[in-house]
Design a protein around this ligand. Structure first.
Ligand code: PMP
Ligand code: GLN
Length: 384
């Protein structure tokens, strides 16, 4: 393994899902729903397979039906208008979109700012692109993890090439506010930075939180690569259909890298996702309401079990602090948890460069059936 990748080892999600299988534990680690997405969308995939749509290489940018549906979704939800031919690119999940965007836009030695804790592929992809990652730490404050805007401003140097933003944020569940996004946008314009926004949880925002794409802010459409995914929005994480929207120049750049990573992917699933994106608002509302109810079940269970809970405004993850349980090391805690309670969770420290800053935090996924969450909560009570 080369020096760029040596530090990353095996992704925590694979490690923890394997541990769940081996110990027969309830897997609240890796974020995937235990209920598949809409039946009618699965039928759409079957129809595409049967009718021979997408069984051979689809077009490089993605099938026209899906690109049109992505553009229509951005317009309908956010008033963002994109040309389906020049400004939309279909990728093999958001993971490939992140990789291709970084490989296309980062020169060796460029600095990339990302908010830590960050989704694990960010660090590895910045490294593969030869960039230098510059973490800005989200810190716990009154029940949620917040960005220190001064710290962000101070992190920008003459070598900063881009900001890699994720909102709603995995693993903390933070949703950046309009004020925070305004400040980020102003900074990007002032320092002439590119921005990649990972918006895979765009439809999972709760209570009064609102997802506002950075591309909608003044001066941002021309410098923002926005990323979405059908995995999260439609509960088909195995289909690996994601997408990028941005200006023709940016999308062409991302496509230049993408064509040599996978070339294309997910032929028949692209047709099905085109139908999914065209579902009425009632689908998205029901999905959100279902996840909100699940959040509340798990948050209550974790609180009762003695964890400090950071109630997420978005995503399907709850970050907890384990110190009220007399624990300080999330890694050790998560390794022992299957044995102690028959539950698997993720130590947030893996998402930090400053590991000590993440040590006491542990993430639980709530995208599971209510009965499963209740069973997990019951098991976790034995820890107190
Ligand atoms: N970004 C974030 C923040 C994620 O949590 C995930 C995990 N699903 C991804 C990207 C990857 O998405 P996909 O499965 O579409 O590759
Ligand atoms: N995004 C999911 C999570 O954060 C899992 C993704 C993966 O397994 N790579 O849990």
């Amino acid at each position: 393994l080369n020096r760029r990748l040596a530090e990353f080892g095996t992704t925590i999600f694979a490690e923890m899902s394997a541990l769940a299988l081996k110990t027969g534990s309830i897997n609240l680690g890796q974020g995937f729903p235990d209920t598949d997405g809409p039946e009618e969308i699965r039928e759409a995939a079957v129809r595409a397979l049967r009718d021979g749509r997408g069984n051979q290489y689809p077009p490089g940018p993605g099938v026209p039906e899906l690109r049109t549906a992505i553009a229509a979704h951005q317009e309908r939800r956010y008033g963002l208008s994109y040309d389906p031919d020049a400004e939309v690119l279909v990728t093999a999940g958001a993971t490939e979109a992140i990789a291709a965007a970084l490989l296309a836009l980062v020169e060796p030695g460029d600095e990339v700012i990302a908010f830590e804790p960050y989704y694990d592929s960010y660090a590895a992809c910045i490294a593969m692109a030869g960039g230098t990652r510059v973490p800005v730490t989200l810190r716990p404050s009154e029940g949620s993890f917040r960005l220190d805007l001064d710290e962000l401003r101070a992190a920008v140097t003459d070598r900063t090439r881009l900001l890699l933003i994720n909102t709603p944020h995995n693993p903390t569940g933070t949703v950046l506010t309009r004020e925070e996004l305004t400040a980020i946008a102003e900074l990007a314009v002032e320092r002439d930075l590119l921005v990649i926004t990972d918006e895979v949880y765009e439809h999972l925002v709760f209570d009064t939180a609102e997802h506002i794409p950075l591309a909608t802010f003044p001066g941002m459409r021309g410098r923002t690569v926005s990323i979405g995914s059908a995995g999260k929005t439609f509960s088909f994480t195995g289909w690996k259909v994601g997408w990028v929207t941005g200006t023709p120049d940016l999308v062409t750049a991302v496509r230049s890298a993408k064509q040599f990573l996978t070339y294309v992917a997910s032929g028949p699933f692209q047709y099905a996702v085109a139908e999914a994106l065209s579902l009425p608002d009632s689908y998205f509302d029901a999905f959100r309401a279902d996840m909100l109810a699940k959040r509340d079940v798990l948050a209550a269970g974790l609180t009762e079990a003695g964890f400090e809970v950071f109630r997420p405004a978005g995503t399907y993850f709850i970050t907890t602090d384990i110190r009220p349980l007399g624990e300080t090391d999330g890694f050790a805690f998560c390794r022992a948890l299957p044995e102690r309670a028959g539950v698997v969770a993720i130590p947030n420290a893996v998402f930090y460069d400053h590991r000590e800053a993440g040590a006491p935090f542990v993430r639980f996924a709530f995208c599971k059936r209510v009965g499963v969450l209740e069973e997990a909560a019951g098991r976790l009570k034995s820890l107190a």
